[in-house]
Design a binder for this molecule. Structure first.
Ligand code: AHR
Length: 494
């Protein structure tokens, strides 16, 4: 039997709810057709925002939303997206699909969306092709409450009060699409640009420096050495790229090898977080600077027949496992990882939600976010997993992964089972518990076949179901966990 022992006698840190953040770029149908359809659309909307999509994200308590990119951020000039719609600049989205960007979704629309969602805005500024003045004035436009040219402009555009801007990224992937810079060069630019991200009101803006691409340890070393005191967070991007990338394999068309390789690549996040944390700790032993994993998730070949520049992909239980494994890693390292954003929110890459015309479906990934919700702002507990290794020689992974937390007398244990067949008996023991288990509940996300997905015709093939729990002592329960599954176990203690 596999076992998970949760140490209940020692509270670790709080798991920041911002680990459960999302990302919306001007890419494909994420913004247009995803969050935004415009006020005149036949699709039910609230002032232009898609009602079904907004509701789906409210249901998972979205804590923050990143915008406008991604690579788009370093080509985005915020003044193009303010003022009367008819006067807004029409341009080509050169990065993503070569389509016309009419700038109808800009600063006001984004901040309005965050208000509707009840989440923190995380805006990514332009270092690659923008000036210090442009970045500085954007921040002034959004956050300055007194009299100034930018606050006057904001008021003329209909927003009297400043907004609260929670997080601001200074450049995106500056080592790649954001300017192809060397670490030392960007570190200097970061120091310069962030100086003019002024804190006008009492609300502090959390400043995020562009961090490494996956295992670029040198980038982290240089940024921390040169600029750590000037940042609140350092970003990290890591995608689980479709392992058998040959244009035949997609999100739904893969075999057992593709299953294990993908999960092995996702599990690599553990190594990334540990090693970047080690490097950061040389300069920041108190872990003041957060590791902000603001782009993560599965990146498949696009669905056949769709625009290759739109990155539209389906999602199966394999993607759900990737999400479950990754979020367990983030929870377990939440002393350092305090913000994360899955890429991307709607219709792009590992999206929790897909839309087609006036229809919307929730992908298996959405359910994982729903199941992991109780971890938000809960207290992390150490959990020790005894499990077997599975998969071919070049892709060995732990069959079971887990994370645990507690909040208001309720303990939550989330676990993933990567076995492809059979089921597993898993015991969960709350060691060092002061009190007794007084109630349990578990929910399960699973599938009989690894490539099943929810479609617009059959939208609930993969959805949360109840799973029975056997109480075997005052501090231990046993679950029969099906293959290919993600589980949420909730235990109440008195
Ligand atoms: O999420 C898609 C793209 O991936 C982003 O625009 C970029 O930052 C990354 O390379």
């Amino acid at each position: 039997m596999d076992s998970i022992v949760v140490s209940c006698d020692r509270d670790l840190n709080k798991i920041s709810r911002d680990i459960y953040g999302h990302f919306s770029e001007h890419l494909g149908r994420c913004i247009y057709g995803g969050f935004w359809v415009g006020k005149d659309s036949d699709i039910p909307n609230i002032n232009g925002y898609r009602k079904d999509v907004v509701e789906a994200f409210k249901e998972i308590d979205i804590p923050n939303l990143r915008w406008p990119g991604g690579c788009f951020a370093d080509e985005y000039h915020w003044r193009d997206g303010i003022g009367p719609y008819e006067k807004r600049k029409r341009m080509i989205n050169t990065h993503w699909g070569g389509v016309v960007e009419d700038n109808s979704f800009g600063t006001h629309e984004f901040l309005g969306l965050c208000e509707l969602l009840g989440c923190k805005p995380y805006i990514n500024g332009n270092v690659g092709s923008g000036t210090v003045q442009e970045m500085s004035e954007w921040v002034e436009y959004m956050t300055f409450g007194g009299e100034s040219p930018m606050s006057k402009l904001r008021q003329e555009n209909g927003h009297k009060e400043p907004w609260k801007l929670d997080m601001f990224g200074v450049g995106n992937e500056s080592w790649g699409c954001g300017g192809n810079m060397k670490a030392e060069h960007y570190a200097n630019l970061y120091r310069q640009y962030q100086t003019y991200v002024r804190q006008y009101g009492a609300d502090k803006i959390f400043k995020i420096a562009c961090g490494p691409n996956s295992s670029d340890w040198n980038w982290t070393e240089v940024l921390m050495r040169e600029a750590a005191p000037l940042m609140d967070g350092l970003s990290l991007h890591h995608y689980t790229i479709e392992p058998d990338w040959d244009n035949k394999h997609t999100a739904t068309n893969f075999d057992e090898k593709g299953w294990y390789l993908a999960l092995r690549n996702a599990s690599y996040m553990e190594t990334l977080v540990r090693r970047h944390d080690e490097i950061m700790s040389k300069y920041d032993p108190d872990k003041r600077v957060a590791l902000v994993v603001d782009e993560w998730g599965m990146w498949h070949a696009v669905e056949p027949g769709t625009n290759p520049g739109f990155l539209y992909q389906q999602s199966t239980i394999r993607d759900a496992l990737v999400a479950g494994i990754t979020l367990n890693i983030f929870n377990n390292h939440s002393d350092r990882v305090r913000v994360a954003n899955i890429a991307q929110a709607v219709n792009v890459l590992q999206a929790p939600v897909l839309t087609e015309g006036n229809r919307m479906i929730k992908t298996p990934t959405w359910y994982v976010f729903h199941m992991y919700k109780p971890h938000m702002d809960a207290t992390l507990l150490a959990s020790r997993v005894a499990t077997n290794q599975i998969g071919p020689e070049n892709a060995r992974i732990d069959a079971v992964t887990s994370s645990a937390s507690h909040k208001n007398g309720t303990y939550t244990v989330t676990l993933t089972n990567a076995e492809l067949s059979g089921s597993k008996e898993v015991s969960v023991r709350l060691a060092g518990l002061s009190g007794k288990i007084c109630g349990t509940k578990a929910s399960l996300l699973s599938s009989d076949q690894m490539n099943t997905c929810n479609t617009f015709e059959a939208s609930d093939k993969i959805c949360e179901k109840e799973l029975s729990v056997r109480l075997i002592s005052s501090d231990e329960v046993v679950l029969t966990v099906p293959a290919m599954s993600v589980v949420n176990l909730t235990i109440c203690v008195k």
